[in-house]
Design a protein around this ligand. Structure first.
Ligand code: NAP
Ligand code: MG
Length: 508
């Protein structure tokens, strides 16, 4: 929104996409159903925008209930018959490895696509998103050959000498519906698909309407890797229609969802009609707790990264800073300094440190929260506004003088906005940190072993980091306490979520 012809934005222009990405966009993405790329029966399409420019870069099909029926039928067929159920675990393992290799081979293109679609920097996508996605497939590939049950002794009655052989087997849960958000589109798709495929399930995946592109490119790589038709189906569409139809479908056995707590509640209710298995990875309002002995240089960089990484659009973003009274001013000044120095720009520009938010809607939402914070009496230490530009940028923002009853303290903003508070002792900060319906993650910054070990058990969150933040590994269970959801992705727990446990009892 250039105010005048002589207006010159501080935001650099978005470079042109590479030929590989241009070629993908020119292929006019369609739906992946039963191994074929098909049009939606709705015949309508959803526009996809580059958040750095606000310009439309693609359009994708708007899958309707009929498309969902077709995809679920294809997934059911692939689950019950054909090559997939007969495949040896080692063959599933090999397919998953092949897919991981293909992702790595196309890392450059995928990073660019992710950047164009979501707004994040290509650099960050190449360092974090793409390697994490291939790592997820490679890690879960190993589980395909390691799914096991147990044998156990029973005390069952019977005629004298009666004996029973009893054991458990883990079997794939069946057709799974997987619905993911826009903040890490490829990682989210990988985190959903990889354990399901390792376990032998078949999938219907719905990426977010704002960021469908990398999932569709992944679909092409899934076909190239040699997965049988119908094992992975990808439907682009809106949550209220496509997503809701997947959740309500009677032939879907499990729903795995990552997204907002609000939508998670709707999904959980709908899925209960058919008693589907459900796992929910929902929102957060994660505390960053700085104890008085902490190494302040590490803290400043770490706390800034905790909130500003991915423009704050991270479920585990360290969005509430609690610093001990003795160090509060220094920490606040340091984080504000980092915020002030960050270079905003388009994701493909090599000097950009922070990209735009994903959508106009998200930009307005985040600016609305900053406004509400101001109105409720918070002080804007740095940032607090958007540069004059058609892209969906918001400056990194730090709010002080925040009270626990303010909306900016209580609600998930999902943007580059940090709220800061002082504390005096461990019990006080634990109570403040837990004063939220969420319980996804927390970080504690200190080298005082006794204080750290006292604090960790007091924090009600699925992950607690010490002297780090955002560390998520394919082998480390990840999920929420309280209204941040239930179920644990990654590690053995992910395989458990995609399997049913069958007890077998044989009278011998
Ligand atoms: P969202 O609105 O809940 O959307 C997430 C996904 O659900 C999208 O694919 C969406 O489709 C779909 N959806 C919306 N309404 C639906 C319905 N009634 N039935 C079925 N599906 C429906 O979340 P968002 O705003 O995109 O993402 C941000 C949220 O995700 C934040 O709250 C964040 O904390 C959370 N998140 C959590 C984790 C975690 O692991 N815990 C990770 C990342 C993000 P549309 O695209 O059409 O809306
Ligand atoms: Mg987009």
């Amino acid at each position: 929104m250039n105010a005048s012809p002589e207006f010159r934005s501080e935001i650099a222009p978005q470079p042109e996409p590479s030929p590989a990405v241009a070629k993908f966009l020119a292929r006019k993405p369609r739906l992946l159903i039963g191994g074929e790329w098909v049009e939606s029966s709705s015949k309508t399409r959803i526009p996809v925008f580059d958040p750095a420019t606000g310009k439309q870069i693609a359009e994708v099909p708007d899958a309707n209930a009929e498309d969902v029926n077709r995809a679920v039928a294809a997934a059911r067929k692939a689950f019950e018959s054909g090559p997939w159920p007969d495949m040896l675990p080692a063959q599933r393992e090999a397919l998953l490895w092949r897919l991981a290799d293909l992702i790595d081979r196309h890392a450059e293109e995928l990073a660019e696509l992710e950047s164009l679609d979501n707004g994040k920097t290509k650099l960050m996508a190449s360092m974090v998103d793409i390697p994490a996605a291939s790592a997820q497939f490679r890690y879960m590939a190993g589980w395909a050959t390691k799914i096991e049950g147990s044998t156990f002794q029973t005390s069952l009655p019977g005629p004298p000498g009666a004996k029973y052989h009893t054991y458990t087997v883990r079997e794939p849960v069946g057709v799974v519906g997987q619905i993911v958000p826009w903040n890490f589109p490829l990682i989210m798709a990988a985190t959903k698909l990889a354990p399901a495929l390792a376990a032998g399930c078949t999938c219907v995946l719905k990426p977010a309407e704002q960021t469908p592109l990398s999932a569709l490119r992944l679909g092409e790589l899934i076909i190239e890797a040699g997965f049988p038709p119908g094992v992975v189906n990808i439907l682009t569409g809106y949550g209220e229609t496509t997503g809701a139809a997947i959740v309500a479908h009677p032939d879907v056995d499990k729903i795995a969802f990552t997204g907002s707590t609000e939508v998670g509640k709707i999904i959980n209710k709908s899925a209960s009609d058919t008693v589907k298995r459900v796992s929910l990875e929902l929102g957060g309002k994660s505390p960053v707790i700085v104890l008085p002995d902490a190494d302040l240089e590490t803290v400043v960089g770490g706390a800034a990264q905790a909130i500003f990484f991915n423009s704050g659009q991270v479920c585990v973003a360290g969005s509430r800073l609690f610093a001990h009274r003795k160090v509060f001013d220094k920490v606040l000044e340091g984080v504000a300094g980092v915020a002030k120095s960050m270079k905003l720009g388009p994701g493909l520009h090599p000097e950009t440190q922070m990209g735009p938010l994903v959508s106009r809607e998200q930009q307005e939402r985040v600016l609305g929260y900053i406004k509400s914070g101001r109105e409720e009496g918070a002080a804007v230490v740095v940032g607090g506004d958007a540069p004059q530009h058609p892209g969906y940028f918001v400056r990194p923002t730090v709010l002080a003088d925040v009270r626990r009853d303010m909306r900016v303290f209580r609600e998930e903003i999902f943007g580059p906005v940090l709220v800061a508070q002082r504390f005096d002792d461990l019990d006080e900060v634990a109570a403040a940190a837990n004063d939220t319906p969420y319980g996804l993650a927390a970080s504690i910054w200190s080298n005082d072993l006794r204080a750290v070990h006292r604090l960790v058990p007091k924090i009600k969150a699925g992950t607690v980091w010490v002297n780090c933040h955002h560390m998520i590994d394919a082998n480390m269970p990840f999920g929420g306490y309280k209204q941040s959801g239930f179920g644990r992705e990654n590690g053995r727990t992910a395989i458990e979520m995609y399997t049913e446990l069958k007890s077998v009892c044989i009278a011998i």
